[in-house]
Design a protein around this ligand. Structure first.
Ligand code: SF4
Length: 386
């Protein structure tokens, strides 16, 4: 006779936290609990995220690991027998989060879920959990809530009232790429419309007290998409729906899934995508400025800003004593802060040599081949030129 063991809330937390760590790409994220004991016990459930005011320790968990969908990259896909299926009731999860938050183990929550009974049915317990955390436990801190594919507009609205950040994961660069990765997800019919709802609800005339941010995530690699395809979609989303940021999650195969034998994607590709994304968001680059090759790939061997500078600035260096902010931001080694510092310093006097640039926070050795100082190339000074 078998003994059926029903896990208690802490055992579920341990299990679902570890599974949530696999959700993106099969790679658990390092845990960051306050104490070694808690970190070991909650491996995967307690993670550190970067917030504008510094790092924050967050409980990352799932409402349930049960799922009826069959996304090819995902450890929770329906029919994967090795995945343990466990669910939290809203009461249970809200209480457990409150306990951990009051004990100082976590400072925030990231709640995701598998999907059973359609996206709207999957959203209900997630919303109920967060509602309890806000109302019963009077928690006013950071909550990141995933919007499930197929959620209804009213649920998106409720999520925006409760959360600081929502995520709608597109996974594929477009409908065709998503169909390869997750044939039961609908790019045009359910994911993009939900993003537009967020834009409309959280828009300029929103009754919401605060504007939650929206993020998305892509599984990079197995669908064969190019960097241009990914960045075209992301660039459009930054402009059209106010996306705050995109996460590029390089593919790592998960055993016992249809993509188990596909090759993992190199970490360098993920890194280059993030660099190009920063150029779009913070450096004034347009999509067509990015140095894609004929196949729409970013160069692997050099970062995209340096590749652009080699093509465009090597023969036409930027005059540091006259350049606009936009022109300064095109120079390798000069970022938004150092560009501002250069503009401020120029009001006091002229920049004379590369040492001035370094004092102002720029990486002078990177900038040197692409700049002029009062019409002259900077002299090759030791330590400033590569
Ligand atoms: S909907 Fe797809 S990605 Fe989400 S948990 Fe289910 S199988 Fe995984």
């Amino acid at each position: 006779m078998h003994t059926i063991v029903v896990p208690d809330a802490q055992q579920k937390m341990q299990l679902l936290g570890r599974l949530a760590g696999l959700e993106c790409d099969g790679q658990p994220t390092p845990s960051a609990g306050r104490t070694q004991v808690k970190r070991d016990f909650l491996a995967g459930a307690v993670v550190q995220v970067q917030r504008p005011d510094g790092p924050m320790t967050v409980l990352r968990t799932l409402q349930t690991s049960a799922c009826e969908r069959n996304c090819y990259y995902c450890p929770f896909r329906a029919g994967r027998t090795s995945t343990v299926r466990v669910s939290f009731s809203p009461d249970e999860l809200a209480r457990e989060f409150d306990r951990m938050q009051r004990a100082g183990v976590v400072q925030g929550l990231f709640l995701s879920s598998g999907s059973v009974g359609g996206g709207h049915n999957a959203m209900d317990p997630m919303l109920a959990t967060v509602e309890l955390i806000r109302r019963r436990y009077e928690y006013g801190g950071y909550i990141h809530l995933k919007i499930m594919p197929g959620a209804e507009r009213a649920q998106v609205e409720q999520a925006l009232c409760l959360a600081d950040r929502v995520s709608i994961n597109l996974e594929g660069a477009n409908a065709q790429r998503l169909a390869f990765l997750a044939p039961r997800k609908d790019f045009e019919g359910e994911l993009l419309p939900a993003m537009h709802w967020v834009r409309e609800i959280a828009g300029a005339h929103s009754p919401l007290a605060k504007r939650p941010s929206m993020t998305t995530q892509f599984v990079v690699g197995p669908a064969g998409e190019s960097d241009r395809e990914l960045l075209t979609t992301v660039n459009r989303l930054y402009q059209e729906v106010g996306l705050s940021r995109a996460y590029y999650s390089r593919f790592n195969p998960v055993p016992d899934t249809p993509l188990a034998d596909a090759a993992p994607e190199p970490a360098l590709r993920e890194h280059r995508l993030y660099q190009a994304d920063w150029l779009l968001r913070f450096y004034g680059f347009a999509l067509d400025d990015l140095p894609f090759d004929h196949d729409g790939r970013l160069p692997a061997e050099v970062d995209p800003k340096l590749a652009w500078a080699h093509r465009h600035l090597a023969g036409q260096p930027v005059e540091l004593n006259r350049a606009s902010r936009r022109e300064l931001l095109r120079v390798p080694g000069i970022g938004p802060r150092s560009a501002e510092a250069i503009l401020r310093a120029r009001r006091q006097g002229r920049l004379r040599d590369l040492a001035d640039l370094r004092v102002l926070g720029a990486v002078a050795s990177r900038a040197a081949p692409f700049v002029l100082l009062d019409g002259c190339r900077p002299p090759r000074q030791l330590g400033f030129w590569d």
